[in-house]
Design a protein around this ligand. Sequence first.
Ligand code: PEP
Length: 250
Amino acid sequence: MTERRKLIAGNWKMNGLKADGLALASDLAGRLKGAGAVPFDLLVCPPFPLLFPVGEAIKDSPLALGGQDCAPKTSGAHTGDVAPTMLTDAGCRYVILGHSERRADHAEADALIAAKAAAAHKEGLIAIVCVGETEAQRDAGQADAVVSGQLAGSIPAGATAANTVIAYEPVWAIGTGKTATPDDVKAMHANIRATLDGKIADPAKVLILYGGSVKPGNAAELMAVENVDGALVGGAALKADDFWAIATSC
Ligand code: PEP
């Protein structure tokens, strides 16, 4: 059986100022240090302005840092964009791409996400590519086809298990308190792993995270599902106690 180390990723979204981010990241770094060997990797993805101070605060810790997006270009006249090189400069190892909020708020389509992932890979970043169906698509029986289509369009050539993580996040479960049932998660993660065959070298080694209202109360059940290799956590990642409880339920 392929061993996959779990990844627990916190997406802070557009929350927190410098003092909040520093307090949260330092608290988590302290818990990691105190815990010694743990069976998971822990990642925080703060808003862009907090990357440098948080990166500096956790630089000697195993707590990993990630961005929430990046541009598909390395530099130039792209007002408001942030290049992958700027993320690694701040200490990032990861970048979240194609989150449903970016797909919805910024009309990001699969081809753009694939271009961003390719740019991130070029800079040595691990791209966390997000996919997931809406409630209407699930009700119409289209969930598998939608997610397979997003994977086909959003994963660039050159993707490997070492540079790409998939996050399955049903849109209707994000920030709503609703979670997919363990059976639905199991079926979708199996569909995702099958779809990765031929798309990514070593598909059995690719981490597939579940995201959508993961909390301390449901984490153990979700993390025990076959092919669930960790979590992408939004709201519950903003409280050190909750995020740590999720991670230690692995
Ligand atoms: C997310 O933003 O990726 C997410 C899963 O949010 P929440 O945990 O709040 O549902």
